[in-house]
Design a binder for this molecule. Structure first.
Ligand code: AMP
Ligand code: ZN
Length: 488
């Protein structure tokens, strides 16, 4: 079985050949940390978390780099005063780095809630200003960039004159691009409207600013990713990912920067995750059609009837292929919840099955495993994998009803394979176990509070804690080694 993945650059599913056998270098564009991530953002990061987990499960050693964009992400109109960080700084009356810290922490918390694995390296744009200045200088020295009024722009026309092809990823034609662009960004500083900023002069209003050979300014968004991916993965690496909406101009510009700097294409496989929609409209902060992850998990929102556990949200996302649009709705979530509960019930039931080595089963375990791996190898097809898992679920319930049999060897194999797919590859979590863990932690806190009350001779309070817990069916037992509890 060979891993095939869809390469956005060629528009084809290709056999994956890593640069260094058995190793994968993967870069995914991270969030712009000027506000909370919405559920749509989570979908893209979750898609790549599944891809990362699958690659590791298939035996690759992966170096996964996902950056934090904490500087220089301009709005489309290019007006520095509209810089998202500047705006948010004013709105919240916080320093830029306070905004960055606040939303980086939020981002990490959200991803942890959905059980995303951390990347191996998480570099920040502000931590790589020196590298970005060096790259800008290199592009000027090589004739691909020019300085204009304290800013530096990439010369797209020059790039094409040298036989390179700006637009190869997004399949855009440079003449059409020129015809359709109004020069709002740059305000007459650029030679051509499609030229993009590598370094931008800071206006007096711009708080995040650094010294450079061209005066005080800040780096262009596209160059950040080139600087960080090159530093940690090299001039050419295996996989570059991000949301579909980043194809143009962001990733197109990354290709141009990489080729202009090093004379080689920076990435072998470009992968793009499709969008999350709600009410059939793309989820986005700017249109107001969005929900924050926490709002779905707590149920405090106007779109869904009830709250949903993060693992059910994760399961719902993975029921769609990463290249398909996913429309999230109340019905879709309810259906995912049902499926999730049935899947987890099967895992539990499997632990109580007694093997029978004598009889032959209708279910061919090896064939089933092959089908599951075929799905993973076929461009990370999570919905097909999940459909196969439900064939096993059916078999498990038939075993439980005594209508099917399994040998002891197959039983162990089925258990470990199912666990690997559910927990390691899909990254799902058992809700019940989690709740038990939470209950245990909560009771330990209550026992500690009761001990403190007793120490300070507040027996009224300590007795109240004991009696109220007992009324809920939780009995506290005081022993020599401390207090334990029994659930009645
Ligand atoms: P940003 O912080 O705006 O750079 O976005 C972070 C990531 O979320 C990028 O990879 C975007 O492509 C992705 N993204 C934005 N909106 C959506 C959406 N509605 N569905 C899926 N991914 C999205
Ligand atoms: Zn990027």
């Amino acid at each position: 079985m060979q891993l095939k993945l869809y390469n956005s650059l060629t528009g084809e599913k290709e056999i994956f050949k890593p640069i260094l056998e058995g190793n994968v270098g993967m870069y995914v564009c991270g969030p712009t940390v000027y506000s909370n991530v919405h559920l749509g953002n989570v979908r893209t990061f979750l898609s790549f978390d599944f891809i990362y987990r699958t690659l590791m499960h298939l035996g690759y050693k992966v170096r996964y780099v996902r950056n934090i964009t904490d500087a220089g992400h301009l709005t489309d109109d290019g007006n520095v005063d509209n810089d998202r960080f500047v705006k948010q700084t004013r709105l919240e009356k916080l320093e830029p780095m306070e905004i960055v810290q606040k939303y980086t922490v939020d981002f990490h918390k959200v991803l942890e809630m959905f059980n995303l694995l951390p990347p191996n390296i998480e570099p920040t744009a502000t931590g790589h200003i020196v590298e970005q200045i060096e790259l800008t200088q290199k592009l000027i020295d090589r004739g691909f960039a020019y300085e204009s009024n304290g800013s530096v722009y990439f010369d797209v026309l020059e790039y094409n004159k040298r036989g390179l092809n700006y637009g190869e990823l997004s399949k855009r034609n440079i003449e059409e691009l020129f015809a359709n662009t109004r020069d709002l960004d740059g305000q007459g500083e650029k030679k051509n409207p499609q030229d993009f900023a590598l370094w931008k002069k800071a206006s007096p209003a711009h708080i995040m600013r650094w010294n450079s050979p061209w005066g005080e300014g800040f780096p262009g968004w596209h160059l950040e990713c080139t600087a960080m991916s090159t530093k940690y993965l090299g001039e050419k690496f295996d996989i570059h990912g991000g949301g579909m909406d980043l194809k143009f101009p962001h990733h197109e510009c990354e290709i141009a920067q990489g080729k202009a700097c090093n004379d080689i294409a920076p990435v072998n496989y470009w992968m793009h995750a499709n969008m999350l929609t709600m009410n059939s409209q793309r989820m986005s902060k700017s249109t107001g059609n969005y929900i924050l992850p926490m709002q779905l998990v707590t149920g405090e929102n106007d779109f869904f009837e009830k709250s949903f556990h993060p693992s059910i949200v994760r399961f719902c996302f993975l029921q769609a292929h990463y290249r398909s649009v996913l429309d999230i709705s109340n019905d879709a979530m309810i259906a995912s919840e049902k499926g999730f509960i049935r899947l987890m019930e099967a895992v539990k039931v499997l632990n109580n099955i007694t093997p029978d080595n004598g009889k032959q089963s209708e279910f061919n375990l090896q064939e089933w495993k092959n089908k599951c791996y075929d799905a993973l190898n076929d461009d990370f097809n999570s919905p097909i994998l999940i459909a196969h898992l439900f064939e096993a679920v059916k078999y498990i319930f038939a075993l439980n009803d005594g209508k099917e049999t399994i040998s002891s060897e197959d039983l162990e194999d089925l258990k470990s394979t199912l666990n690997a797919f559910i927990y390691d590859v899909l990254g799902l979590q058992n809700i019940e176990e989690n709740n038990n863990e939470k209950l245990d932690q909560t009771l330990k806190v209550l026992i500690e509070l009761r001990n403190q009350a007793r120490k300070s001779k507040n027996f009224d309070l300590s007795d109240q804690i004991r009696d109220k817990l007992l009324a809920e069916g939780i009995e506290l037992k005081d022993g020599r080694d401390g207090t334990t509890y029994v659930l009645n």
